[in-house]
Each structure stands twice: as C-alpha cells, then as structure tokens.
Design a protein around this ligand. Structure first.
Ligand SMILES: *[C@@H]1O[C@H](CO)[C@@H](O)[C@H](O)[C@H]1NC(C)=O
Ligand SMILES: *[C@@H]1O[C@H](CO)[C@@H](O)[C@H](O)[C@H]1NC(C)=O
Length: 176
C-alpha cells in the first residue's frame, strides 16, 4: 500500500514538472542574462519556447537574431534608402547591408555549433555577429558628413541585446 502511494506521488511529481516546470525555465534561463525582461518577452513571442529545454531556448533566440540581422541587411539595401543620390552614403549603405548579412551567417553557424554542443565555437560566432554592426557604425563615423540613421541605430541595439543575451546563456550552458 505504501509503495503504491509512493509511486503515485512520483508520477504526480513527474507530471507537475512536465506541465509547470517549463514555464519557469524561461524565467530561470533569462535570469542568467543582462536583459531579463527583453529575454523573457522575446522567448514568449515564440510559442515553441514553452516546450524547450535551455539549449532549445538559446536556439530560438539565435533564430530571432538571425531573422533580425537578415531583416536589417534587407532594410539597408531597400529602395527607400537606396534612392539617395549621395554616392558616399550609397556605398556605406551597401557595405552595411553586407555586414548584416555576415552577422546573419555567423548566427546561422552558431546554431550549428549549438546543435553539436560546441559551446566555444557558438560563443565565437555570436561574438562575431555582435561585432559586424560596429563595422557598419564605424563606416558612418569615418564619413563626418553622413548621419547614422536612427532606424539603423535602433536595429543595431536590438541585435546587440539579442547577442548579449545569447552569449550569457551559452556561458551558462557551458558550465552546467
Ligand atoms: C527582432 O527582435 C525583436 C526583439 O526580440 C523582435 O521584437 C522582432 O520581431 C525581431 N525582428 C525580426 C525581423 O525577427
Ligand atoms: C540600388 O538600386 C540599384 C538599382 O535598382 C541596384 O543596382 C543597387 O545594387 C542598389 N544598391 C543597394 C545598396 O542595394
């Protein structure tokens, strides 16, 4: 009789952790990062995050960052910006578009690294991805007459926040 209740207890414990445990995993994982609220809201915007383990969560964030970098690359080569007659600006926008495409490639590579649990390589690729926006920003700095567009600054900020959060979680995965 005693062991029947013990087994029942174990089963309900297992069910509880299946249904409730995962909701806390997002919070627990995001607590290891510099931007808790940003991390939680980004993960909650993906419905598959509730069924994910910590590695799954960081892979979701890498996917969001990849999409962000690609969208910015596209934005930088878009017609509206490209309509400028300023040849220096045209050239810088084109280079910036390439940098964000490289950032996207680096993030894709980091997703592969994570799948293989090569956390050092994953870290290295995300650091590279976070650095490409600097290369873009620096090109604007080198042309004193060019103004760094607000929208590009905003997108740079989002991508860097995403990369920071990802790097913190990879660190956490690497030691746990
Ligand atoms: C970029 O990331 C932000 C923050 O998570 C998100 O709100 C936005 O939808 C993302 N954009 C793309 C194109 O993925
Ligand atoms: C701008 O548009 C022209 C013509 O549509 C295209 O050839 C060029 O590659 C575009 N530049 C950028 C930066 O996308």
């Amino acid at each position: 009789m005693g062991s029947f209740f013990y087994i029942f207890f174990l089963i309900s414990l297992a069910l509880t952790s299946l249904t409730n445990g995962d909701a806390h995993l997002i919070q627990k994982t995001c607590k290891t990062t510099k931007y808790y609220d940003f991390c939680v809201s980004t993960l909650k915007s993906d419905p598959t995050s509730v069924d994910s383990d910590t590695k799954g969560l960081v892979v979701i964030l890498v996917g969001v960052a990849t999409a962000n970098a690609t969208a910015t690359s596209t934005f930088l080569s878009s017609e509206s910006l490209n309509a400028t007659k300023d040849t220096a600006l045209k050239e810088v926008l084109k280079e910036c578009s390439h940098k964000y495409a490289y950032a996207s490639d680096a993030l894709r590579a980091s997703a592969q690294d994570l799948a293989s649990e090569f956390f050092d390589y994953a870290n290295m690729h995300v650091m590279a991805a976070a650095d490409y926006p600097n290369a873009c920003h620096n090109m604007f700095r080198r042309h004193p007459k060019l103004i760094y567009p607000k929208e590009v600054a905003r997108r740079e900020d989002v991508l860097k926040h995403l990369c920071d959060v990802i790097l913190d979680i990879i660190d956490y995965l690497g030691v746990n």
